[in-house]
Write a protein that binds this ligand. Structure first.
Ligand SMILES: [Zn+2]
Length: 283
């Protein structure tokens, strides 16, 4: 499965990073020419855990942000009790948006431009041992973009497979914020309260039915973030749901129950929804 993401949209007057994942024909991306251009232009390389970071400029000014990748791997692994990463991830950083746009136009030009991208496919004969590629450029939201795309990459590299769209994006939106802002997320928290009060908030079952990125609208990003945030920080009884589900996916368990089914087994008669409303103060 291949993924691309990162454009700007607005919700409630706030700029929000919005990502898109969609499948493409295998010949469209990650071709030999794309890899070749990648190598030719990338003459700086830093290795951090599973990440192979490449750029055609001095990465010293980004050392702080890149160092955070270690903490991100540790935190996600601990939170979800994930296995060790099975694959490396190549992170290609462009010096500015113009350079990234040039590259995009050459390699992915038929698609709408994205500020950042995570792409995953099976690269045959890949010398990096990496099925995942993160592409992003230096911009004012670089740290958020890096965490978001690398959160997708960490999930895929540890599970060795993709996860349902809503969960993939909800987790990436959650970890995109610096640790101190994950609960107070300026982009989504107040929007969540509004949507709960207006009765517009998505049920977990409806998010689980999403199968294409075309269906993953801005509000679905919001609701996916809100469910993930509640699962990770809500009542003790629900904190095992996502780790257990992801580990079932990692072990290729047949018929792994979806999170909504697991939730129903521990919170009956709308108790979960009431708890979520209380959590966000939207009673
Ligand atoms: Zn994303």
């Amino acid at each position: 499965m291949e993924k691309r993401k990162g454009e700007t949209r607005t919700l409630g007057g706030k700029a929000a990073i919005f990502c898109a994942i969609f499948a493409l024909g295998a010949a469209t991306i990650g071709s030999a020419s794309a890899d070749g251009a990648d190598e030719k232009n990338a003459n700086t390389e830093i290795r951090r855990g599973p990440f192979i970071v490449r750029a055609d400029f001095d990465l010293t000014p980004l050392e702080g942000e890149l160092r955070e990748l270690d903490a991100l791997v540790d935190e996600m692994t601990r939170t979800f009790r994930l296995p060790k990463t099975r694959e490396n991830v190549v992170v290609r950083i462009f010096r500015d948006e113009a350079t990234w746009r040039d590259y995009w136009n050459r390699e992915f030009g038929s698609l709408p431009f994205r500020r950042a991208l995570y792409d995953r496919k099976n690269y045959l004969f890949d010398r990096d041992g990496a099925n995942g590629r993160v592409y992003l450029c230096v911009n004012p939201l670089f740290a958020n973009d890096l965490r978001h795309e690398c959160a997708h990459a960490i999930l895929a590299a540890t599970l060795g497979r993709s996860v349902p769209i809503w969960l993939d994006e909800g987790i990436a939106e959650y970890f995109e914020q610096p640790p101190e802002s994950r609960l107070t997320n300026e982009t989504w928290r107040s929007a969540t309260v509004e949507r709960l009060r207006r009765g517009e908030f998505s049920t977990l079952e409806s998010l689980e039915k999403l199968s294409s990125m075309n269906e993953m609208t801005v509000v679905k990003y919001c609701d996916s973030w809100a469910w993930v945030c509640w699962f990770l920080n809500g009542p003790d009884a629900v904190r095992d749901v996502l780790p257990q589900y992801l580990n079932d996916l990692a072990s290729r368990k047949l018929f792994a129950p979806k999170p909504s089914k697991r939730l129903k087994a521990i919170a009956k008669d709308g108790a979960a929804e009431r708890s979520l409303r209380r959590f966000y103060g939207a009673l």
